[in-house]
Design a binder for this molecule. Structure first.
Ligand SMILES: *[C@@H]1O[C@H](CO)[C@@H](O)[C@H](O)[C@H]1NC(C)=O
Length: 227
């Protein structure tokens, strides 16, 4: 009894430190634009050739998803790109697309879902277990398109995958939003040489994805905002 009491205070102390650290880490935004040392922003301005290739890749994926009748829309920084400059943000390393995880997608196996992308010669990085997402790229292109499945949980769209459990607070803070924002019919915006769906309500969705700076485009450190 005496022994347990003696260790109670240090244990409580360690617990509080770990809990604080967990909450602190969860409240960080780990998006690419935040320019973390383990994934620094490589360039403030992708070349026109790179952006063209990225847009072609995105259009290819958009066409495949449409042919599979999987509802999808631009997500995260790509919404800013479409709204502000009708193309991807110049420093972005990818185009983000959200899609409905229920219905058609839920009824097919992952390999059946991958098949048309593979048939088109695209490279697939399966991050399904980790973060309920799929990264698609082209051989020779460092930029990619990230697909994120979203599921309607009683009116809130949520992601899946281990990360969404381990970093539950982070996912709550940066990766969920009200379902009405992506209910049909979605508005379309020009994105490079094609049109693609975006969430409803203008920049309303940004309040949920970037709660601490949703009203502005935040360039990575050292980069200028696009005009
Ligand atoms: C995109 O939408 C605009 C406005 O609705 C339309 O004028 C234009 O033709 C569309 N472009 C393409 C490539 O479908």
């Amino acid at each position: 009894m005496q022994l347990r009491k003696r260790y109670l205070i240090p244990r409580l102390f360690v617990f509080i430190i770990l809990a604080t650290l967990y909450v602190f880490l969860n409240l960080q935004n780990f998006a690419y634009y935040t320019n973390r040392f383990w994934k620094p922003v490589l360039t403030c301005q992708n070349s026109d050739e790179e952006v063209d290739l990225l847009l072609k890749l995105a259009n290819q994926i958009h066409t495949i998803l449409s042919s599979m009748k999987i509802r999808h829309w631009l997500m995260y920084g790509s919404i800013w790109g479409a709204r502000r400059i009708s193309r991807p943000l110049p420093w972005d390393n990818d185009i983000d697309i959200g899609f409905v995880g229920e219905g058609v997608f839920a009824e097919m196996t992952l390999s059946a879902f991958f098949a048309p992308f593979e048939a088109a010669g695209l490279k697939i990085q399966n991050k399904w277990t980790q973060s309920g997402s799929i990264v698609i790229s082209k051989p020779g292109l460092w930029l990619s398109v990230d697909l994120f499945a979203f599921y309607n949980h009683r009116g809130t769209m949520k992601r899946r995958g281990l990360e969404s459990w381990v970093f539950a607070l982070n996912y709550r803070t940066y990766h969920q939003f009200p379902a009405w924002l992506v209910e049909p019919e979605l508005p379309q915006l020009k994105f490079g040489f094609f049109n693609i769906s975006v969430p409803k309500g203008g920049i309303e969705i940004m309040k949920y994805l970037y709660p601490y700076n949703w009203w502005k485009v935040v360039p990575p450190n050292g980069c200028e905002p696009p005009h």
